[in-house]
Design a binder for this molecule. Structure first.
Ligand code: SF4
Length: 698
């Protein structure tokens, strides 16, 4: 690891990919190339990078970049394209009302882009029909934390993992999906041989290399395991009675936990007892959870089942303790903070709260604020399909591949009256369906901020000029806002200006008792914004607070945390003779989302070069599937063809496929075409890890 401080010519920025939010020192060579290394001064990575981060410089070529606006596949100028977008959105709203239009945005957007998109839709168009691909990533955590804490507050920090004596990883393949945190955890474990790591995952992932205990529970049964843990905490005398004065709901939650049958986990009583004993007797415990928890029809309950155990023991808000959600995307957290979800407003304010709405309406001088939540992602595309959404703007994401029931979503977008796509490339399944294509700046050209999984706000900085005529997303959105008649509200000329407005709003929200406060970062000016170092919020006018909940104060009306009684529910789709296999989907180490960037790097493509299906040897033998043979995978929703990877990493009856690929020729990796649009009723997050499928040799 190169630990030299920033050298002359190096630009301090942040990685484009996962929610770890690693700092990068980038040195442009003046000819379009960039050398990168980890930033030793960034608190998330302390100089480390993973394979994707190291390859950032290999992904900047202009091959397949969208360089000019296009209308109906014909190059045009910005004035024509944005004039058409503003006219069509205005006319659609005039004819059919504000809820006939929608934005679908991305956790890859910078905070300033996100802020402007939300302000335009929720304050000026007058609809809440803006949702984000973060709905697919961590909406269940948002819903669970709001139920427990009153706000979507992540109490933990990365340092807590290193300070813990027990780290429990639930539904998290940290080694591949958050590699630098895995590296930090591995180093901490090496330095502290007493540290224990438990992995809870139906699949034996690379993360299990670090595990002292791997619990391969039944898919979707996490609530049952954590309910058994809560019962064991009580029976073992590990309840923190003093802390419980800050907590409501203990008795009813305990009763629900004690009624839970642990057998649904598929684990042996000895395994459950060993886990509960370890957790109960270890004071410093961090429970990390990720997509295996979130992407579930009971995702919110899973989050609360985990938080319940930490509240009962008072193991929260203290060094080396707490529940800790790790997010998938680089700015999923920033999107949550800025109100990127259809039921949220900026600064962790709630759209459905009249007082919160009034605060934002007055601050924005907004003419048309909706009073209820908008359409969450799955419902949004359903209304595109039925024609209720007549104008759709998709920004920086590829839902025709990544949404569940992806073939339906692709066809819905294709049938929409008017579709706008802003992206860096025209070469995605979604961009190919657009009536208007708008070239956006990409990593290395963009300027703004992101927030990582432990609340650290970092700057992404431009290293090079924008490609072709590409413009920043905040700039494109602001231009359309002005063309729709809101000249003053969208008169932004820089991301620093937007950030300043956002920080000022956070001060008002905090004065109302909300958690998100970056008012201490107001008035930075362009110079202060340009030199802003990574900063963990909250940053109030009085200074920075490192830990939430250390004082037992929460953001509920009573000021207490809430324990939530929950009972395990199996995945909605049941295996049946026609569809006898349970399909788990997820990421691989060296690709990102639908591969628009990472597939440009030959080095990254060498890791796993084509779509595949992990299948247990017994199942492969029973079906006559040979190693590396092609398998047709079908569900009620769709079909794809994958290369067999025969391994006992998956259990019999279960299969795993990565979610990155698309394509028309075998193997075809449109895995989300197999996944039903089943969602968690509270969070609206799809159940992306528990489809049921049939397999046959191709
Ligand atoms: Fe980028 Fe995540 Fe890798 Fe860090 S761990 S270098 S943020 S992909």
């Amino acid at each position: 690891m190169d630990t030299r401080p920033q050298q002359p010519g190096e630009i301090r920025t942040t990685c484009a990919y996962c929610g770890v939010g690693c700092g990068v020192l980038a040195q442009p060579d003046g000819a379009g190339g960039v050398a990168v290394r980890g930033d030793p001064a960034h608190p998330a990575n302390l100089g480390r990078l993973c394979s994707k981060g190291f390859a950032l410089g290999e992904t900047l070529s202009l091959d397949d970049r969208l360089l000019t606006p296009r209308v109906l596949d014909v190059d045009t100028d910005w004035d024509t394209a944005l004039g058409l977008v503003a006219d069509r959105f205005s006319q659609t709203i005039a004819d059919h009302g504000p809820d006939s239009v929608a934005f679908y945005v991305s956790g890859q957007l910078l905070t300033e882009d996100y802020y402007v998109a939300n302000k335009l839709m929720k304050g000026f168009i007058g609809s809440a029909n803006i949702d984000t691909n973060s709905r697919l990533c961590m909406a269940s955590t948002v819903a669970g934390q709001k139920r427990a804490f009153g706000t979507d507050t992540v109490p933990g920090t990365y340092e807590d993992l290193e300070l813990a004596d027990l780290v429990v990883l639930v539904g998290s393949n940290l080694a591949w999906c958050h590699p630098v945190i895995y590296q930090r955890l591995a180093a901490a474990k090496a330095a502290n041989p007493a540290m224990r790591v438990v992995v809870i995952d139906p699949r034996r992932t690379a993360t299990c290399d670090l595990a002292d205990m791997h619990l391969a529970l039944e898919p979707g049964s996490d609530v049952a395991l954590f309910n058994r843990l809560l019962a064991a905490i009580y029976e073992g005398g590990a309840v923190d009675a003093a802390y419980l004065r800050h907590v409501d709901g203990f008795d009813e939650t305990l009763r629900a936990a004690q009624a839970q049958d642990g057998r649904v986990t598929g684990l042996t009583p000895a395994q459950i007892t060993a886990f509960c004993d370890l957790w109960t007797r270890t004071e410093k415990v961090v429970t990390v959870f990720s997509q295996g928890v979130n992407q579930s029809s009971s995702g919110t309950d899973k989050v609360n089942a985990i938080i319940n155990c930490h509240l009962a023991t008072g193991r929260i808000g203290k060094p080396g303790m707490g529940p800790f959600s790790v997010t998938g995307q680089p700015n999923a957290m920033g999107g949550r903070e800025v109100g990127g979800l259809a039921n949220a407003l900026a600064c962790h304010l709630d759209l459905e709260d009249a007082v919160h709405r009034d605060l934002v309406r007055n601050f924005w001088d907004a003419p048309a604020m909706p009073e209820g939540a908008g359409l969450k992602a799955v419902d949004l595309f359903e209304q595109v399909r039925t024609g209720q959404i007549k104008a759709l703007w998709i920004v920086c994401t590829n839902p025709a591949v990544s949404m569940p029931d992806a073939d339906m979503v692709r066809d819905a977008i294709k049938g929409c009256d008017f579709t706008v796509v802003s992206d860096v490339t025209a070469n995605t399944d979604t961009a190919r369906l657009a009536h208007v294509l708008l070239p956006a700046t990409g990593w290395g050209e963009k300027d703004g901020t992101v927030t990582n999984s432990d609340r650290t706000i970092s700057r992404q900085r431009a290293l090079m000029p924008a490609a072709g005529q590409a413009r920043a997303d905040w700039d494109i959105m602001s231009d359309v806002g002005r063309r729709m008649g809101w000249t003053d509200a969208f008169a932004y000329t820089s991301p620093a200006q937007i950030f300043d407005e956002y920080a000022a709003l956070s001060g008002l929200a905090a004065a109302m008792g909300r958690d998100f406060d970056i008012s201490g970062l107001t008035g930075l000016g362009q110079g202060g914004y340009d030199t802003l170092m990574p900063t963990r919020w909250p940053v109030t006018m009085r200074g920075q607070t490192v830990r939430f909940f250390a004082d037992g104060q929460f953001y509920t009306p009573s000021g207490h945390a809430r324990m939530i009684p929950v009972a395990a529910r199996p995945p909605v789709a049941k295996t049946v003779p026609r569809f006898p296999f349970r399909l788990n989907t997820g990421r691989i180490r060296d690709q990102w989302h639908t591969m628009t960037r990472t597939a440009k790097s030959p080095r990254l493509n060498q890791h796993l070069g084509e779509p595949f299906l992990e299948i247990h040897p017994h199942d492969a033998a029973a079906l006559g599937i040979a190693p590396a043979g092609l398998i047709t995978v079908t569900s009620l929703q769709g079909r794809c063809i994958l290369r067999a990877l025969i391994t006992d990493r998956v259990q019999p009856g279960q299969v795993f496929a990565p979610m990155h690929w698309t394509g028309e020729t075998a193997p075809t990796g449109r895995v989300d075409a197999l996944v039903a649009s089943v969602v968690d009723p509270l969070s609206g997050q799809p159940e992306s890890k528990a489809a049921v499928v049939a397999l046959a040799p191709y």
